[in-house]
Write a protein that binds this ligand. Structure first.
Ligand code: TYM
Length: 326
């Protein structure tokens, strides 16, 4: 069966981009594949955090993922720091990637511009991500468009390792959704929707109040020519709305454009579709929030399952390098 692995950082509240670009596909894939999903808390500490914050955010994120439809009885859901193989594997990956390759990563360039303290971990981040993926003999990595480069470097690392030490890792491929792979900020449609942009009016949080969601979508920036057309280069604001509506209702954004004559109706329909999509998720989240011990229990089961896959793959990698057996 196809093995799927993906990860998500516990940083602040999730937004519509995370949902349409990744999580929604995970909920489908868990029924079709052998699927493993990880709350990547060790990636989140590549930027400074206040004590306790990451643990709190990790639990909340796990609850949100379950509320969104991940079923820990069907897929494997766990927290990265609970499976030590990730850090150990991360070191092996750091030794199989070059300084030059890491210097070309756009996520590093973007993030290092936003912080005064640039940790070494932020720079070597893709090596840890490669370990996440390769430790599970992953075939497919369902992600949004912004993660393509990290999956490419993971393949390069795996190929290099395999050619140095013999066949060890499976080469994974990125799977990016047709619609929703790159949800843009509603106020700045030239930038992807992101927590770190600090654009509260342009970012739809998954737990935003439905009225707030509708208001944000209805005040999305469009343009002055009045024509509804799917064309990201010329009409980024309108195209972003079409692509959100398309992703939310499983329709083709370009075909949807033909059914609209004006922006007003497009905004109303997009707002309605997003609210309808998120309301059930929000209701389930409120229920789960009341029982953190149950979520913690589910995450422990997930970590135990994850370890049974990751440990032998790590042992295989160390064996192929020829480290002295302990
Ligand atoms: P992260 O936590 O930033 O995002 C989680 C997922 O959400 C997608 N995404 C978007 N999709 C569409 N439009 C957007 N505006 C948008 N913003 C975010 C991301 O593409 C991602 O799929 N490095 C990864 C986490 C990671 C990982 C992994 C992923 C660590 N190890 C192993 C896959 C496999 C990250 O920072 O994602």
């Amino acid at each position: 069966m196809t093995r799927v692995f993906s990860g998500i950082q516990p940083t602040g509240e999730l937004h519509l981009g995370n949902y349409l670009g990744a999580i929604r596909n995970w909920t489908r894939l868990q029924h079709e594949t052998d699927a493993i999903f990880c709350v990547v808390d060790l990636h989140a500490i590549t930027v400074p955090k206040t004590p306790g914050q990451v643990g709190h955010d990790s639990l909340r994120l796990a609850q949100l993922l379950i509320a969104a439809g991940l079923d820990p009885e069907v897929c494997t859901l766990f927290v990265q720091s609970h499976v030590r193989e990730h850090t150990e594997g991360g070191w092996l990956m750091q030794c199989s990637v070059s300084f030059g390759e890491l210097s070309r990563m756009t996520q590093f360039k973007d993030k290092s511009d936003q912080h005064d303290f640039i940790s070494a971990g932020l720079f070597t981040y893709p090596a840890l991500q490669a370990a996440d993926i390769l430790l599970y003999d992953t075939d497919e990595v369902p992600v949004g468009e912004d993660q393509r480069q990290h999956i490419e470097i993971t393949r390069d690392i795996a190929e290099r390792f395999n050619s140095r030490y013999g066949e060890t890792f499976v080469l994974p491929k990125a799977v990016v959704p047709r619609a929703g792979a790159r949800v843009m900020d509603l106020q700045r449609p030239d930038a992807k929707m992101s927590k770190s942009l600090d654009s509260p009016k342009g970012t739809v949080g998954l737990l935003d109040d439905p009225k707030q969601i509708a208001k944000k979508i209805k005040s999305a920036v469009t343009d002055n020519d009045g024509e509804v057309r799917f064309d990201f280069a010329e009409k980024p604001g309108v195209s972003n709305l079409l692509s959100i509506l398309g992703a939310a209702t499983d329709q083709d954004p370009a075909a949807l454009a033909d059914s609209y004559e004006q922006y007003g109706q497009l905004k109303v329909d997009t707002a309605d579709a997003v609210v309808a999509l998120l309301e059930p998720l929000q209701a389930r989240f409120r229920e789960l929030e009341g029982d953190p011990a149950e979520t913690a229990r589910l995450l422990k089961v997930g970590a135990d399952k994850a370890r049974t896959v990751a440990a032998p793959v790590l042992a295989r990698a160390k064996g192929n390098i020829g480290l002295l057996a302990d």
